[in-house]
Ligand binder design. Sequence first.
Ligand SMILES: O=P(O)(O)OC[C@H]1O[C@@H](O)[C@H](O)[C@@H](O)[C@@H]1O
Length: 304
Amino acid sequence: MNHSGAGSDDIRAVEITKDRNGIGLVVLRNHRGASARVSLHGGQLLSWKWERGEELLFTSSKAIISPLKPLRGGIAICFPQFRNRGSLEHHGFARNKMWVIEQDPPPLPTDSGEKAHIDLLLKPTEDDLKIWPHSFELRLRVSLGGNGYLTLISRVRNVNSKPFSFSFAYHTYYSVSDISEVRVEGLETLDYLDNLHNQERFTEQGDALTFESEVDRVYLDSGSSGVAVLDHEKKQTIVIRKEGLPDVVVWNPWEKKSKAIMDLGDEEYKQMVCVDGAAIEKPITLKPGEEWTGRLDLSVVPST
Ligand SMILES: O=P(O)(O)OC[C@H]1O[C@@H](O)[C@H](O)[C@@H](O)[C@@H]1O
């Protein structure tokens, strides 16, 4: 199936195809050469290319492409649990499930129509309900703008008769030239929980986060002000804006841990950094019938 041209200048081009394992794959393109690829496995973003055809997301050369495993790279949806903060599998089950394309989702208040987009839906199976007994609908809209920018909007609806709580993260691997040349700005003065120190709470003292060793932190309450990933060598800055996602996770495994991660090359920690918009410290609680929305807007600007 291939449908395009819903916009007068071909802004919207959406191609629905299959990957080499036969899993549904959606490719979004704009008329200026930007593209995004989304897998129905996990609602996982596999790739985001900007106008110059440059890949902005990192995927490991050792990534295991299997319907049963999370992919090392791209953007994964962590739901309903972050990390090991609960009894479910690491980062929750959503990233390992098959999602479906939703042709006619409930409308979003911010619909602009100026974007190529796709709507995905995840509902629990009988087996999922045995491990997490809460009926939910998890929707993901992935949009690619005419300017190449990417927007992810997730909605969680409680279709149960009892309240439930969850955590959420857009676990995002950015591709960088060299981690030693990278700065993350927008986290200064924030408190963070350090996963390398039993989630102890510290306060960020520097005016930017740079990398010299393993980092695994959850920055708290960063609000909707932007976070920027500056790559000096690429002369490029990725700007992350978010709504409904107070926390920011920053992760780089560095040398020793990279060697222990089977699906990551020994030296690949130099080419990646994870900066995730998330809701972790204060889990979201939904009463029956309520819905939560978490939005991530990613843009790229040249820098010196
Ligand atoms: O290997 P996974 O499950 O994708 O997780 C990778 C990392 O993801 C980060 O978000 C966590 O803070 C780290 O603790 C974790 O190691």
